[in-house]
Design a protein around this ligand. Structure first.
Ligand code: SF4
Ligand code: SF4
Length: 333
C-alpha cells in the first residue's frame, strides 16, 4: 500500500489508520481480531489515548508479536511534567512495548493549558526527556480549535498535528492548513465521518483520501467497517459523492454532536452524546419508533439536567448542550 511520510519524521504511514476510541466497546478478543485484520490489510498507524479507558491495553494485547509492524501513537491530557511522565510510563506498560512512536499532547484548548505545558518542568519538557530516553520517538499535538492549534504550532516544532476534518467541518482551517504545509507537519485527520454524523462513509472517506493528509483515522469496531473503509482506497471521489455529502451537510447544519465525549461526565449522569445520537436516529435515520422506545428506557433522561453548565465548558464545539437537551426531551418524550 502507498505510504506517506509523517511530517519530517522517518515514519511512513499508510493513508488509512486506526482510531482507538470504538474498541473500548468490544471485547479484548474482538479488538485483537480487528487489529490483526487491519494490519493484514496494510494499515500501519494506530492511534489511541490515555483517556480512552482500556483502549491502550487492548491494543497492547492485540499487537503481541506484530508490534514492529505498526506505528503506535497515543496522547495524554496531562499538563504537568510529573503527570505526563506518569502517563508515558503507563502507556508503555499498557502497550507492552519499550517505545511509542508518537506521543501527543491531547486536545490543548486554552492559553492556560499551553502555559502549563511549556513552563519549566511542565508537560512538554517531560515529553522531551522521554524522547531523549528513547521511550517515545516523536512529539505531536492534537486539538479541535483551529485558531488555538495555529497559535501553538507557531510556538513549538511538533512533528505532527491531529485535528478534525471532514466534508462538513472545513471552515476556519485555511490558515492552519497553510501553516502546516509551510512547516511540513504530519497531518492526522480525526473524525473523518464527523463522529458518526455522516451516514455516507464511502463518499466521506473518498473525499478525504484525495486531500494531502498523511493519515486518516476512522474508528472501527467491526470487520465490515474495516472492509468497507479499505475498499475506498481504490475508489475515486465522484460528482455524485459530492452531491450526497452536500445533502448531508444541509441536513446537519453546524450545531451537531461529534460524540467526542469531552462533555462527560455530566454532573447528574446524563449520557449527553448518547441522547444526541438518539435524536439523530429519530430525525435522520428514519428510526422514529426505535428512538422513542430507547428514550423511554433511558434511566436518566434529558429533563434531569440541572443546567449547571459544566458540560458546555468542556465541549470543544461550543454546543448549547442545555438548550439542545430540552429539544431532545420534547422530541422524544
Ligand atoms: S448542564 Fe445539564 S447536562 Fe450539562 S453537566 Fe450540567 S446537568 Fe449535566
Ligand atoms: S456535546 Fe460536545 S463534547 Fe459532548 S460529545 Fe457532543 S460534541 Fe463532544
Amino acid at each position: 500500500m502507498e505510504k506517506r511520510r509523517l511530517g519530517k519524521s522517518d515514519l511512513w504511514v499508510a493513508p488509512l489508520g486506526f482510531g482507538g476510541i470504538p474498541i473500548q466497546r468490544v471485547s479484548q478478543a474482538d479488538a485483537a481480531e480487528l487489529l490483526r485484520l487491519a494490519v493484514e490489510k496494510g494499515l500501519n498507524f494506530i492511534d489511541t489515548a490515555r483517556g480512552y479507558t482500556d483502549s491502550e491495553e487492548k491494543i497492547g494485547v492485540g499487537l503481541k508479536g506484530i508490534r514492529k509492524e505498526v506505528i503506535l501513537a497515543t496522547k495524554s491530557m496531562a499538563r504537568s511534567g510529573a503527570a505526563l511522565t506518569d502517563d508515558v510510563e503507563r502507556s508503555l506498560r499498557n502497550f507492552q512495548t519499550d517505545w511509542i512512536d508518537l506521543y501527543q499532547l491531547h486536545n490543548v484548548r486554552t492559553e492556560a493549558e499551553w502555559a502549563e505545558l511549556t513552563a519549566p518542568g511542565g508537560g512538554l519538557e517531560a515529553l522531551e526527556k522521554a524522547r531523549e530516553a528513547g521511550k517515545i520517538r516523536y512529539i505531536g499535538l492534537t486539538g479541535h480549535l483551529p485558531e488555538m492549534l495555529l497559535r501553538i504550532i507557531k510556538d513549538y516544532a511538533f512533528v505532527s498535528i491531529q485535528f478534525p476534518f471532514n466534508y462538513i467541518e472545513q471552515e476556519n482551517r485555511q490558515e492552519l492548513l497553510a501553516e502546516i504545509k509551510r512547516q511540513d507537519l504530519g497531518t492526522i485527520i480525526m473524525k473523518p465521518l464527523a463522529g458518526g454524523a455522516l451516514r455516507q462513509a464511502g463518499p466521506a472517506l473518498r473525499f478525504l483520501l484525495q486531500q494531502p493528509f498523511s493519515v486518516i483515522i476512522p474508528g472501527m469496531d467491526t470487520k465490515e467497517q474495516i472492509e468497507e473503509n479499505f475498499a475506498q482506497l481504490s475508489q475515486t471521489y465522484t460528482k455524485q459523492d459530492a452531491e450526497l455529502l452536500e445533502i448531508e451537510k444541509g441536513e446537519l447544519g453546524q450545531e451537531f454532536c461529534r460524540r467526542c465525549e469531552y462533555c462527560l461526565p455530566c454532573t447528574v449522569g446524563i449520557n449527553i452524546p448518547g441522547l444526541f445520537l438518539l435524536e439523530g436516529y429519530y430525525k435522520r435515520y428514519n428510526l422514529t419508533q426505535w428512538s422513542l422506545e430507547r428514550y423511554k428506557g433511558t434511566a436518566i433522561k434529558a429533563d434531569a439536567c440541572t443546567e449547571c453548565g459544566v458540560c458546555e465548558t468542556r465541549c470543544p464545539y461550543q454546543l448549547p448542550i442545555r438548550e439542545k437537551l430540552k429539544q431532545v426531551h420534547t422530541l422524544l418524550s
